[in-house]
Design a binder for this molecule. Sequence first.
Ligand code: TYD
Length: 132
Amino acid sequence: MISEVKEFKILGDHRGQLVALEANRQIPFEVKRVFYIYGTQPEISRGNHSHYKTKQFLVAVHGSCKVTLDDGVDKEVYDLDRPNLGLFQDALIWGSMHDFSPDCVLMVLANDYYDDKDYIRTYDEFLQEVNR
Ligand code: TYD
C-alpha cells in the first residue's frame, strides 16, 4: 500500500459542515505551504513529478479528482470526491492528479516552501532515485 485516503470527522450541525485539519494530527507534518488548483481544463493531468524531500497532503475541498501515486514498483489510484477526504503523498513518490471535475478545487498542503530544485521531473530520474 503506497498511501490511503483518510476520512476526517465532519463537525457539522444545523448550520452546515466544518472540517478541521491540524499539523501533526490529521496532517502528518508541519505545514509550511498551501496551494490550490482549480479551473483545471478537461482531460488535463497535473503533477507528473516527484519530490526529493517535500511531503504533500491533498484534499479536494470542492468537486472531485483522482490521484495516482507510484512508488517505483506499484501504482495506486485514489478517489478524492468528498471534502472530508485527504491523501498523503510522501517524498519520493511519483504523483499525478487527473479526472478533475470542472468545479474541482484541489488544496495541497506541503511541509516546505516551494523550491524548484526539490522537483524530480522525469520518470527515469525518479526510478534512479528510488532504486539507490
Ligand atoms: P506546476 O509545478 O507546473 O504545477 P503542477 O505540478 O500541478 O502541474 O506549477 C505551476 C506554476 O506555479 C509553476 O510556474 C511553479 C509555480 N508554483 C509556485 O510558485 N509555488 C508553488 O507552491 C507551486 C506548487 C507552483
